[in-house]
Design a protein around this ligand. Structure first.
Ligand code: ADA
Length: 561
């Protein structure tokens, strides 16, 4: 399943997780011969012998239909480019490992069919977001796959947007109904949420179109979603043909409102302080195909440390992880896919726009997502680069006016894009790449920030990255860089500064776990890993785990009383 809960009780859904035929090779058409099988979801790098394969591979599965049907294939994530074939017919294409996508196959005939995927994880002009980087781009069907059978008119999406009205809540609903047939058709749309039945009326959808139907439910007496008590409510849309339910779609909503007021970040009208980690999707030999049980344990470790915040550096995350954050009361900063990438590559504009849009629309209902981010440490120092920041941040705001927007900058006082954010976010490594006192450095940059020329005057500030490297098990009395002792000392100083500073409303350590990176980074990355995790790639705590736990709990004692 692509979620931690069932999204259908009426619609026919089958999981395609499990064995897929597999073969290497960059054939342009579905091959006839496959030389092995892979158990998906998985990275192909977790298969012995393929640990370093960067190239193209093919996957094949069988689909048998008793009768003609409309098929809807749902992919949680394929890394990093998928071309989908039914038989020899090319039926779908998707770029980027980190956003879901669907392939619609209307009126597929009864009988046996072959479903094939051409998967490519190579770098080059065809890929603006996946490139040589300080994290690894894996290959494969890396998130769950579902095969659904949908009626001619089916429920394509639900967007639920809560807003606070004193002690009660309103809920704006938008339900999209798609018509796969060549005839206009009519169905009734009914939504059930928080024991209320909302009749959205007749959906008369022209052939081949998707139409959104809106309604606002007012004065719902519900429990709010808070980080201490993350109440969730099912939103079930049902499509009726007369009185007969013919399709359904279930999502979840948390009644919470996030806002910026002056220098504060508010949740349900109350100022909050966020403390936690940057977390890459990467786990030892399994790479970015992180099993749900590991996602749970990652969040349990963060809870144990006293954290309430996670940044999905540097890309949209698996919806199951976001579901777990909804269920466990974590605040999430989710960002579209970009880490220090140039803007002048051939596919950048198109791939950035698509990835940003897909992130917002697929992840809309997650109450844990409190802010949208983008463009990590990209060019915000030239006028042209600042214009790109303005464009992507505007796209985020236009898509979703309910959440503040930000980007993580390492440009210090040279930044030209802070006027376009709701929250100023800084990546600083004063006592790792430099040897400055973080408190002094922060004092200096805050002075600049609160001058009229910065563009960020009076805005909330999040320290979005800070930390130090520690090679797991490397301990030495000299406590120099790369020792676990150095990481303890550095994080003690950094957390003392950032968790208690009145002008800072959030702090995310770089980073939760050690992660693999691509070959070009080997010179500055022992083990060919980014070793700034507080736990290693197997989630084994380093010495700094105890330091972080102590500092986070000191902050809780001070701020969360
Ligand atoms: C940057 C970047 C991170 C990571 C970090 C580091 O801040 O945003 O992805 O590369 O540096 O470890 O140096």
């Amino acid at each position: 399943m692509l979620r931690t809960f069932a999204q259908h009780r009426i619609r026919t859904v089958a999981s395609l997780d499990g064995w897929w035929d597999f073969t290497l090779g960059d054939a342009k058409r579905p091959p006839r011969r496959y030389d092995r099988q892979l158990h998906c979801p998985a990275t192909w790098e977790s298969t012995p012998g393929l640990e370093n394969y960067r190239g193209v591979a093919w996957y094949r599965n069988a689909v048998s239909l008793d009768g003609q049907a409309n098929l809807r294939l749902l992919f949680g994530g394929v890394s990093h480019t998928a071309d989908v074939y039914l038989g020899d017919a090319h039926v779908g294409h998707h770029y980027d490992a980190f956003t879901p996508f669907e392939v619609l196959l209307p009126a597929t005939k009864a009988g046996d069919h072959t479903l094939s995927l051409r998967v490519d994880n190579t770098f080059g002009d065809h890929s603006a977001l996946h490139k040589e980087n300080d994290y690894y781009t894996y290959g494969g069907i890396t998130r769950p796959v579902e095969l659904q059978i949908v009626p001619d008119l089916y429920l394509a999406a639900i967007y639920a947007s809560p807003s606070r009205r004193g002690k009660s809540w309103d809920l704006e609903l938008s339900v999209e109904v798609a018509n796969l047939s060549d005839q206009a058709a009519t169905r009734r749309v009914v939504v059930e949420v928080a024991d209320q039945i909302v009749d959205l009326g007749e959906a008369n959808v022209p052939a081949g179109e998707v139409v959104a139907y809106q309604a606002t439910v007012t004065r719902l007496a519900v429990n709010p979603w808070t980080m201490q008590s993350p109440a969730l409510y099912e939103v079930q849309a049902v499509l009726l043909d007369g009185d007969e339910p013919v399709d359904d779609l279930i999502d979840r909503v948390g009644f919470r409102e996030v806002a910026v007021r002056g220098k504060k970040l508010l949740l349900n009208g109350e100022p909050i302080r966020l403390r936690g980690f940057n977390r890459h999707e990467d786990y030892a030999q399994l790479g970015c195909a992180v099993p749900k049980d590991v996602m749970v344990r990652d969040l349990l470790q963060m809870q144990d440390l006293g954290c309430n915040f996670v940044r999905t550096c540097h890309y949209p995350n698996d919806m199951r992880f976001l579901d777990l954050c909804d269920e466990m009361g974590f605040a999430v900063w989710e960002e579209s896919h970009a880490r220090n990438i140039p803007f002048d590559t051939p596919m950048f504009d198109e791939q950035m726009e698509t990835n940003t849009r897909e992130m917002v629309l697929w992840h809309w209902n997650h109450p844990s997502i409190l802010m949208w981010g983008c463009l990590n440490e990209c060019d915000s120092v030239t006028k042209a680069g600042a214009k790109v920041h303005e464009r992507v941040l505007k796209q985020l705001k236009d898509l979703d006016p309910h959440r503040p927007v930000t980007f993580a900058s390492n440009k210090d006082v040279r930044d030209l894009a802070l006027k376009h954010v709701d929250i100023v976010s800084w990546n600083r490594y004063d006592n790792w790449y430099g040897s400055r006192d973080p408190a002094e450095a922060l004092k200096e940059v805050l002075k600049w920030l609160d001058s009229p020329r910065s563009g960020g005057k009076g805005k909330p500030v999040i320290m979005s990255e800070f930390g130090a490297g520690a090679i797991p098990g490397w301990r030495a009395p000299h406590r120099d860089r790369w020792t676990e002792e150095y990481q303890c000392d550095a994080l003690d100083t950094l957390l003392e500064c950032y968790l208690h500073h009145p002008r800072i409303c959030g702090a995310a350590i770089w980073q939760f776990c050690d992660v693999r990176l691509t070959k070009a980074w080997w010179q500055t990355r022992p083990r060919n890993m980014n070793n700034k995790g507080v736990v290693d790639e197997y989630r084994r705590p380093k010495l700094a785990y105890a330091t972080v736990k102590r500092k986070m709990h000191e902050a809780i004692a001070k701020w969360d009383k």
